[in-house]
Design a protein around this ligand. Sequence first.
Ligand code: CA
Length: 225
Amino acid sequence: MRVLLVEDEVALAEAIRDGLMAEGFDVDAVHDGLDGLWRAREGSYDAIVLDILLPGMNGYKVCQTLRDEEIWTPILMLTAKDGEWDEAEALDTGADDFLSKPFSFVVLLARLRALFRRGAPPRPAILEYGPLRLDPGTRKASHGEAEVALTAREFSLLEYLMRRDGHVASKSEILDHVWGIDFAGDPNVIEVYVGYLRRKLDQPFGTQLIRTVRGAGYRLCTDAS
Ligand code: CA
């Protein structure tokens, strides 16, 4: 079992690391939030023990960023009992469990084992349509062999169209799902973003995958017509 430990109190981090290693875990310890985020993205950990008050980026932000990127590694957050942060907030940001400092090592171990047993929620499946491929887990999109960089909104729009699997998505459905039901701006924003997607995913490849269906909305299509 591989554990990433993000804790800036070096003595505490070392004590936890040594204890976990004595229990047979593989442990990487880092002392900075940004370092922790980077490791969590790159490494394949079975769990992350994450302090809240950290230099670089706080634990809430690290947790939220990972969840926004759909990285579902179980997270045990370390909260300070008398701190300004509370446990409800830890869970709100997507942590799976929390532990108030000071804690005993035995309790930490028990909580970690419980997290391992639960495991990470299943990762969303990779979507494919014709040459398009989109991985909601890693937020990567590609056309054939070519990886295409998309902004968050472009990604969401493409994801929505791909989930429709060739069926028409109306403008109001797209607005609700991609921009949110309380979006009050100009609905023509969809056309603008469809344009961005075509410039990235169709024009460079000579394809016409993203079609406008007059009066109805948009859909993906692999026919040459
Ligand atoms: Ca700290």
